[in-house]
Ligand binder design. Structure first.
Ligand SMILES: CC(C)(COP(=O)(O)OP(=O)(O)OC[C@H]1O[C@@H](n2cnc3c(N)ncnc32)[C@H](O)[C@@H]1OP(=O)(O)O)[C@@H](O)C(=O)NCCC(=O)NCCS
Length: 195
């Protein structure tokens, strides 16, 4: 594509134009490789605790998936009430993803509301959020950490292994028994195993 710009007319107008265009094309190609491999971008990405200023953005990211039936919906009030359990990922100060957890006590935690904004998918942001949460949850105790999900491959890539949901009675009695899909649940249960 760059070669098309190397016509004689443009070279006469500006002799260094082809060199500048080649350099720009190289930068675009490098960036595409970074995106495809999920390598850290050359932009400032950070995962941090959520604050009250983040509530609307968190709600918007989760809603974009809950409207498709992929995630459980969370109201603004619900997010505000459990804000201390949320982390967010920012790319150049733009909120790119969120994660939260449900606390069943020192022995058991559930990964919840993990979502990456669609224009930031497959760049390692979901993994960064999950690893940060795991680091925090395992810092003080050694709880079981589980998830119920439609994307088991993502969690397996991050150190989780498939388990039977029957090993999670706390989850069953808290949520599953009240769920409309009780008889036909297609979510897969996984537990964090990489220590
Ligand atoms: C699941 C989700 C959080 C992943 O976020 P992400 O930032 O795109 O994930 P990463 O870039 O860290 O992915 C790391 C690896 O996990 C795997 N992976 C990621 N998304 C996947 C998917 N949708 N299906 C299968 N494997 C997936 C891939 O192997 C990927 O590595 P690769 O890109 O080199 O192939 C994101 O797709 C999302 O927000 N989905 C909708 C909400 C949801 O399902 N959340 C989970 C609720 S429990």
């Amino acid at each position: 594509m760059c070669v098309d710009f190397r016509c004689k007319a443009s070279q006469r107008l500006c002799p260094i134009l082809p060199i500048l265009i080649d350099r720009a094309c190289l930068r675009v190609r490098e960036r595409c490789i970074f995106y495809r491999k999920g390598l850290p971008l050359k932009t400032a990405t950070c995962v941090r605790k959520a604050t009250e200023d983040d509530i609307d953005s968190i709600h918007s990211i989760i809603s974009s998936y809950s409207e498709e039936g992929i995630l459980l919906s969370r109201s603004i009030d619900d997010i505000g009430a459990s804000l201390e359990n949320f982390h967010v990922a920012e790319v150049d100060r733009d909120m790119a993803g969120v994660i939260s957890f449900c606390d069943y006590g020192d022995h058991l935690k559930e990964v919840r509301s993990l979502a990456v904004r669609k224009n930031y998918l497959r760049r390692g942001i979901g993994s960064a959020l999950l690893q940060k949460l795991i680091t925090e949850l395992t810092a003080a105790n050694d709880p079981r950490i589980f998830v119920l999900t439609y994307v088991p491959a993502f969690f397996e890539k991050n150190g989780f292994a498939v388990i039977s949901v029957d090993t999670l009675p706390e989850k069953i009695w808290k949520d599953c028994v009240n769920c409309a899909r009780w008889d036909a649940c297609s979510e897969i249960a996984l537990e964090y195993r990489r220590r």
